[in-house]
Design a protein around this ligand. Structure first.
Ligand code: FES
Length: 248
């Protein structure tokens, strides 16, 4: 690193085979204008603590692996820069609301299970079941625009770390999975709405959200889960009324 400044960075450590509970370690890290939090962690690993564990892959805000708390706020480490914390100390901790596995690595299996549960793929209508895979499903730009922003989620977990409902109720399906559910429900190629309604309208579906909106504030991809969930409430209420008049 071409370095001219030093930042004090405090990192949460936890090695389950030897630590009874997480503790903090502080390091002096040299940085320049382009140093990301992820690069600062690499510096710590290369120069001070080779055993420091954290997740990463793409280094370009695409894979969603590097979600962590930076000064108490969920961020992607590869998209967060030390220059924005100039003159302050920095603390880096594992994503909140998930069990810590080791150092900054958390267990996100609950998030993955919830995403799988809502069937995040296009479910064809019964009449299209035997359609050849080569068939084109054309969409107009307007039809694509309806769900486009909700399809930008990279499953980083930042919205779950920010969600006060998920904090107190781990059964709540949560922002990313409900956003994905809404994304497929409004895709005109999809016919799985009735199947997903079980999750959308359940007590732990959209009605579990109290519309704090912090999920949308912290999303590093500028997805708006809070809006997807409120639109999901409209859909759930509409489904309820339709079922009253057409129970079949
Ligand atoms: S390393 Fe892939 S999103 Fe940060």
């Amino acid at each position: 690193m071409a370095n001219d400044k030093i930042m004090k960075i405090t990192v949460t450590r936890y090695r389950p085979e030897q630590d009874a509970e997480p503790f903090q370690q502080t390091f002096d890290v040299p940085y320049h204008n382009e140093t990301s939090v992820l690069e600062a962690l690499f510096y710590i690993k290369d120069h001070f603590e080779p055993s420091l564990s954290f997740r990463w892959s793409c280094r370009m805000a695409v894979c969603g692996s590097c979600g962590m708390m930076v000064n108490g706020v969920p961020h992607l480490a590869c998209k967060t820069f030390l220059r924005d914390y100039e003159g302050k100390a920095m603390t880096i901790a594992p994503l909140e609301n998930f069990p810590i596995e080791r150092d900054l690595v958390v267990d996100i299996s609950d998030l993955i299970e919830k995403i799988e549960r809502i069937k995040p793929y296009i479910i064809p209508a019964a009449k299209d079941k035997n359609m050849p895979l080569t068939k084109e499903y054309r969409q107009t730009p307007q039809q694509m625009e309806a769900y486009r922003q909700f399809a930008q989620c990279i499953n980083c977990g930042c919205c779950y770390a920010a969600c006060p409902q998920y904090k107190i109720n781990k059964d709540y399906i949560g922002p990313a999975a409900l956003t994905l559910l809404y994304r497929y429900d409004i895709d005109n190629r999809d016919a799985g709405s009735a199947i997903r309604d079980e999750f959308l309208s359940s007590e732990n579906g959209v009605w579990g959200c109290t519309f704090v909106g912090y999920c949308s504030e912290v999303c590093p991809k500028h997805v708006d889960p809070a809006s997807a969930i409120q639109l999901g409430k409209v859909k759930s209420a509409t489904n309820y009324v339709i079922k009253m008049f057409k129970p079949e």
